[in-house]
Write a protein that binds this ligand. Sequence first.
Ligand code: ZN
Ligand code: ZN
Length: 237
Amino acid sequence: MENNAEPKFEILQMPPKNTNSVLVSVGGRAVIFDPWGRVSDWEHVLDERNLKLHAIYATHGHSDHISAAPDLSKSNNVPWFLNDADKDLIMWGNPLLEYFEIPTIKPGFTEPKNLVQGEIYVLPGIKMITIESAGHSAGSVMFYFPDFKILISGDTIFHDGVGRTDFPGGNNIQLHKSVQKIKEMNLCDETYIVHGHGLDSTFGWLKHNHPMFLMGDCHCCNNKCCDHNNCCCDCNN
Ligand SMILES: [Zn+2]
Ligand SMILES: [Zn+2]
């Protein structure tokens, strides 16, 4: 079967439905973002589409974004990438996998390579910018594809809310700064945003509807030092 040379972005909700994973492919090659679910289901997706896996990227280390990553990495002999600051979370999330009856990540798992801020080509013609966005976890990142106007936000921001900050490494003030960073990217309105869970958005939708985008900016610190509700400087904005 001839593989289409046109790059393709597919949002997949692998069973048991919980997380938005993304499969990016071009010319028979693929990379996966946030591979939730079982390895066998992912192998089936790759086989069905006649795709060869090249790498796996995770927005952060919570198990609902990496459950299939170590074993898929091993079975396909490809690297998986996670920010080093989230490495301690890899097995921490096993109780969630038990809850969903998905195989847990065992000691001796295939280690991720460190994922750092910057620009790379994940596949021919597919440029990706990794943006650090700590807050939901210490090592959270987002992935932006400028030529396709697509942002994978992980759990930093959702359609109508933000990621929780009460897990290890979570930090409310950092999360707020990361959301501010998204605002400052000032992307075109039609930029498509795939969130870690729930409905997708566009940048325009967020601009006009998201509670944190609608919040007024603090004049003296531009929200850079504020938490959700309280400005840390004296201007009371
Ligand atoms: Zn998470
Ligand atoms: Zn999540």
